[in-house]
Design a protein around this ligand. Structure first.
Ligand code: NDP
Length: 481
């Protein structure tokens, strides 16, 4: 079967596919390195044009009844779910993630976001504030044009998670996916048009960091929502500050997963697997520092090493494959360097290792110390670092001993301890006796260097809207002279 995934054109502006005028961007299938599409970046003029088109479309879109906007998002969700098989295959080609994951996780969670915010449309209201004879009210208004910039691990989900709250509020959007994974979001743009969205409401530009930087500083852009690494986040946040633009920053992490000795061991091992190896470890919220209480440490590691033997690495399009390649060879080499550094620092390799080509097997280090690079740096690959601990206060202090604060997990049967520990953890998203579940109903985002703003849930609306206060004078006006 041909793996060609060439789109009609590289960009989508004003309701139309438009060819980019910038440099070529080859899109490769991570398994083989085969070029499956060749796109062109947007020129800086095209970025400006996309933002101008989004600006021109915004007033009319915002003037529609919210339920009418919601209905369009709902129709888009239905189209996505009808076409899920085809879209999942494209996502696998774009990312290299196993089809058994992309069928259930990527577009379906994007559709869930569209459905959720479609449903919320009718509830987006202001407040009435009685002031005696006078009164005031608030209007929740859109920000204007929002720029979305995505990472390569969940390209279509990220686009939907940003577009759904932004668009339902009456904003318009210009989205730039990672140059590594440019294909899925072009489908989303087409699906929005098929669902009845007016042209210009959702636009796509392609390109590397300089295109992202031009987007983040375009004079028409009122808000920048980035999913990416902390260094990129710092740059984009600083660039946005110049124009006093709003930001949402969904950045990296080195999250703790704490397993107390009373935990259900089998469930804790399952969670550690999901928290480190799903999507070949390319998940921002992964629990890559697994703190295991001293008494169960060796049992935990033995069971983990046993379970990991069932991994099936191979062609991501094979439905039996449950562990695919990482996004590209450069990323694989970075992960290998981190694994070598872990060995050289004296950590014990329990299973896995450097792998071959773009494949890195599930890799577990034990006997690591908190200051080793494998315990401090985000690797963004399937590498778990197990650390042992003795008591609760100690583990809380060590779990918080990082600049990151995206997520955290606690495994214990002790109800009060679970809630006490979670309350003390410096993380935006926590799980008790599970890990990495991010339903659209629940706010998602980080604290500290992991970012600001929240995606998903009604909380996301606050980050795509602003409040206008209106004082209504009901009587005469008293002036001193
Ligand atoms: P990067 O930070 O390298 O890139 C993110 C996006 O920003 C890409 O589209 C990139 O373009 C773009 N970009 C790069 N430089 C600039 C700039 N100066 N101005 C504007 N845009 C720019 O992240 P990765 O794609 O490597 O993704 C991995 C990172 O993302 C990890 O740190 C991971 O933890 C984080 N992440 C966070 C999530 C969260 O929700 N908190 C979820 C998923 C990932 P291009 O790639 O085309 O150069």
């Amino acid at each position: 079967m041909s793996l060609s995934a060439q789109p009609t054109a590289s960009l989508f502006i004003g309701g139309q596919p438009v060819e980019g005028q910038g440099a070529e961007v080859p899109v490769r299938y991570a398994l083989t390195g085969e070029v499956i599409a060749t796109l062109r970046e947007a020129s800086l003029d095209q970025v400006a044009q996309a933002c101008a088109v989004a600006k021109a479309a915004q007033a009319e879109w915002a003037a529609m009844a919210p339920v009418a906007r919601g209905r369009i998002l709902g129709r888009a969700a239905a189209i996505i779910l009808e076409r899920n098989d085809e879209l999942a295959r494209l996502e696998t080609l774009d990312t290299g993630k196993p089809i058994q994951e992309t069928l259930v996780a990527d577009w379906p969670s994007g559709a869930a976001a569209l459905e959720y915010f479609a449903g919320l449309a009718a509830t987006l209201t202001g407040q009435m504030i009685p002031l005696g004879a006078d009164w005031a009210y608030t209007r929740r208004e859109p920000l204007g044009v929002c720029a979305g910039i995505g990472a390569w691990n969940y390209p279509s989900q990220i686009a939907c998670w940003k577009a759904a709250p932004a668009l339902v509020m009456g904003n318009t959007m210009v989205f730039k996916p990672s140059e590594e994974t440019p294909l899925g979001v072009l489908k989303l743009a087409e699906i929005f048009i098929a669902a009845g969205m007016p042209p210009g409401v959702f636009n796509v530009v392609q390109g590397r960091g300089d295109v992202g930087a031009a987007l983040a500083t375009d004079p028409h852009v009122a808000k920048v929502s980035l999913t990416g690494s902390v260094p990129t986040g710092r740059r984009v946040y600083a660039a946005a500050a110049e124009g006093m633009r709003h930001v949402t920053m969904e950045l990296g992490g080195k999250s703790p997963l704490i397993v107390f000795d009373d935990a259900n061991l089998e469930d804790a091992v399952s969670a550690a697997i999901l928290a480190n190896f799903y999507s070949s470890g390319q998940i921002c919220s992964n629990g890559t520092r697994v703190f295991v209480q001293e008494g169960i440490k060796e049992n935990f590691l033995a069971r983990l090493a046993e379970r990991v033997k069932a991994v099936r690495m191979g062609d991501p399009l094979d439905p039996e494959t449950n562990h695919g390649p990482v996004i590209n060879m450069a990323q694989a080499e970075k992960i290998r360097a981190a694994i070598r550094a872990g060995r050289e620092a004296g950590a014990r390799l329990v299973c896995g290792g450097e792998g071959e080509g773009a494949f890195i097997p599930p890799t577990v280090f034990a006997d690591a110390t908190d200051d080793m690079a494998i315990a401090t740096d985000e690797i963004f690959g399937p590498v778990m670092t197990a650390l042992s601990f003795v008591d609760e206060n100690e583990v809380i202090a060590r779990a918080n001993g990082t600049g990151f604060g995206l997520a955290a997990g606690v495994f214990t049967q002790d109800l009060t301890r679970a809630h006490r520990v979670v309350a003390a953890l410096e993380a935006g998203t926590c799980w008790i006796n599970t890990y990495n579940l991010t339903p659209v109903e629940m706010p998602f985002g980080g604290v500290k260097l992991s970012g600001l703003g929240r995606e998903n849930s009604a909380a996301a609306i606050e980050h795509y809207s602003q409040i206008k206060s209106v004082y209504v004078g009901m009587g005469g006006v008293d002036a001193p002279y």
